[in-house]
Design a protein. Structure first.
Length: 322
């Protein structure tokens, strides 16, 4: 028996693609972002994809399915955002509850950031995860949730994701969450690009000459046969070394982080920031050394490279820093 699914807050289709790979039948997807919708339609032209605000969507617009997927916005919860408890996007889970109440699917699967479990609802004072769970329990659902480090599930980064499942039937006694495998190294998805700088791919137009106030492209002579190394250009106060190895997964590849490549005479060292006359001084009272990278040439990741880091087929009209 093939189970069907519909998708809310679909984005570029991460949850959808995973369920398709697992053998589920796609019935419907909706997102408010036009570029996400164009990407979904380009990657899966036979899918029914709607561009709309879910708050304006009637329950009758949604087909009946076995599963509803919902990766509602994480910006209000994420450490990469402002983490404002009253952010209106934090309450969009209520649209999932509204649809579940009407359509009564067998399962609801919600994916979000780890901090969904710790941030508190300003109205009840309870963690959002408890508020969400209680609303589905009132509809007759049974609830489980878990945290996954995605590098153990085929993604070349160590970020963690929060997965929430509501089941209309009781979970069987034999239910268990999938077990992680060995970490996925970055070279699985980026090794061919590092070793072939002229490779031709969709959404892949590499441009050396990364502009930065803190990192330096020196222009020094170097051996062009030297393989470039991946670097994290942002979060320069992090304890993690900014020059990474392709033999391990990367830290989180997300919209709060700029990644790229350095080639030739690569040096990474900690230096003091001028906190008196310098630009963008957030805290003049600390004395933290910041990472600075210099190399013969530098460039940022292309959209194709970012997409590979997240295991997406490809993006259309995509800007990682949007």
């Amino acid at each position: 028996m093939v189970l069907s699914f519909t998708s809310l807050f679909s984005g570029a289709g991460g949850l959808d693609l995973g369920f398709e790979m697992a053998g589920f039948k796609h019935l419907y997807a909706i997102d408010i972002d036009s570029w996400s919708v164009k990407t979904l339609r380009d990657n899966r032209p036979d899918w029914h994809v709607a561009e709309a605000d879910i708050r304006e969507l009637s329950e009758n617009d949604l087909p009946q399915s076995d599963v509803i997927l919902a990766g509602f916005p994480c910006q209000g919860f994420s450490l990469g955002g402002n983490r404002v408890e009253s952010d209106e996007r934090n309450f969009l889970f209520q649209e999932v509850v509204r649809m579940a109440k009407s359509k009564k699917p067998r399962f609801i699967v919600i994916e979000n950031v780890l901090n969904l479990r710790t941030m508190k609802d300003p109205n009840s004072g309870l963690p959002f995860v408890e508020v969400i769970a209680e609303q589905f329990k009132r509809l007759g659902y049974h609830v489980k949730h878990h945290i996954f480090k995605v590098s153990g599930f085929g993604v070349p980064q160590t970020r963690r994701r929060f997965i929430f499942i509501a089941s209309f039937d009781r979970f069987p006694n034999a239910f268990h969450w999938p077990m992680p495998e060995l970490d996925t190294p970055a070279k699985v998805y980026l090794g061919d690009i590092a070793n072939n700088l002229s490779i031709i791919l969709p959404n892949h137009t590499p441009q050396w000459g990364f502009k930065s106030r803190v990192h330096q492209e020196t222009g020094e002579a170097f051996d062009p046969a030297e393989v470039p190394v991946p670097c994290r250009f942002s979060r320069t106060g992090s304890d993690g070394h900014p020059v990474r190895s392709l033999d391990t997964p990367f830290p989180a590849i997300d919209t709060a982080t700029i990644w790229g490549w350095a080639q030739g005479n690569v040096i990474a060292e900690r230096k003091h920031k001028d906190r008196v006359n310098g630009l963008f001084v957030r805290n003049p009272n600390i004395d933290l050394k910041l990472w600075r990278i210099s190399a013969s040439r530098l460039r940022s990741f292309t959209a194709r490279e970012y997409a590979r880091g997240a295991n997406f087929p490809r993006f259309l009209g995509f800007s990682w820093r949007q």
